[in-house]
Design a protein around this ligand. Structure first.
Ligand code: DCP
Ligand code: MG
Ligand code: MN
Length: 334
């Protein structure tokens, strides 16, 4: 890799720098180099690019003041009108931006896919044999990439809400479903569907994971859940789609859905948590801590009494304990 080699002998800057077109191209590329992440965080490097740019812009520049690396980069631009290292960085950022949007692929895997396997796009990844090394949920992320990038219109979530409710009622008539997240905060479109379910029933029967499993398999039978990304004892992450019987929003798109089942006594704290926003939750927890109160996804308690949580009969109870004015769900979009 010649472009990584900055130990070459220092050569002087080619006379072609005096051509105004060449000069402005060189400056443009040096400015882009200066903005690269690995330069931006290094004050010495930033300074080197800044002074090089300033020097070139002078009426009588002294090219000897420009260091070896930048001199050779300038000459590469004068010779080829481009700079390999910059192209590499730009392609790398584009690839990472596209590939890390796949469900289950993070920045570091995306970077590795580009650097080690020259995979630049979702299309490259679909055709690559690297797919053999990915797990089930990453493969779902690749297959449904385009759909899962889209936001979900509020009106479509309203249809899901009715269908899901009808479906889950079949398990038990006392099942209560609530769609939380950005939808409950009143937004016109959402990234996913955050479904909370409880059984409004004092009688104890079955446990969480049984219930969650029943809910998921019911929604699968009713052609609402299409794919499973992860299924823990308390949390389900997957994909849903409107069934063929629905004539609106065709062709139907695959949508991300998160499901949690909680017991009745956890329901209001869970609703509060799952409605968010994440920022709002963080702020509320800080305010609570100032009064030695603690809020989790399931309960509120004082001091170290985690095992005897405070009684919560509605979301407002939590605000009252903290001594905070009540915020409607639509006022929590921070
Ligand atoms: N949540 C949180 N802290 C996190 C992640 C989530 O408190 N780090 C809570 C608040 C969120 C809720 O869970 O509102 C649902 O999480 P989502 O990621 O689904 O976020 P939203 O529903 O708020 O927005 P989006 O429309 O992107 O789904
Ligand atoms: Mg959400
Ligand atoms: Mn979610």
């Amino acid at each position: 890799h010649q472009f990584f080699n900055n130990k070459r002998e220092k050569t002087s800057i080619d006379d072609r720098i005096n051509d105004p077109n060449k000069k402005s191209l060189v400056i443009k590329i040096l400015e882009e180099l200066q903005n690269l992440d690995n330069v931006k965080t290094n004050t010495n490097k930033i300074q080197a690019y800044k002074s090089a740019i300033a020097e070139i812009q002078k009426e009588y520049p002294d090219f000897n003041s420009i260091g070896r690396t930048i001199t050779s980069q300038i000459n590469e631009v004068l010779n080829t009108n481009t700079l390999k290292i910059l192209n590499f960085h730009n392609q790398h950022s584009e690839a990472v931006a596209e590939l890390s949007k796949v469900y289950g692929i993070g920045i570091s895997l995306a970077s590795k896919l580009y650097k080690q396997h020259n995979i630049k796009t979702i299309q490259d990844l679909r055709q690559s044999k690297y797919k053999l090394r990915l797990n089930e949920s990453q493969l779902i992320g690749i297959r449904l990439y385009e759909d899962l990038l889209l936001k979900i219109p509020r009106k479509e979530i309203e249809i899901f809400e009715k269908l899901i409710d009808q479906s889950i009622q079949k398990i038990h008539p006392d099942m209560i479903t609530k769609i939380c997240g950005s939808y409950r905060r009143g937004l016109e479109q959402s990234g996913d569907i955050d479904l909370l379910v409880t059984l409004n029933h004092s009688q104890r029967g079955g446990n969480y994971s049984d219930m969650l499993r029943k809910i998921v398999s019911r929604l699968q039978k009713d052609d609402i859940i299409s794919d499973v990304l992860s299924h823990g004892p308390k949390k389900f992450m997957g994909v849903c789609i409107l069934p063929d019987s629905v004539s609106e929003f065709v062709p139907h798109k695959h949508r991300r859905i998160d499901i949690r089942f909680v017991t009745q006594d956890q329901f209001h704290c869970a609703t509060l948590y799952f409605t968010g926003s994440a920022w709002f939750n963080a702020l509320m927890r800080i305010r609570a801590n100032q009064k030695d109160l603690h809020i989790s996804e399931y309960a509120v308690w004082k001091g170290l009494n985690r095992d005897s949580p405070l009684r919560v009969t509605c979301e407002k109870d939590v605000f009252d304990y903290i001594g905070m004015k009540y915020f409607e769900p639509t006022e929590r979009d921070w």
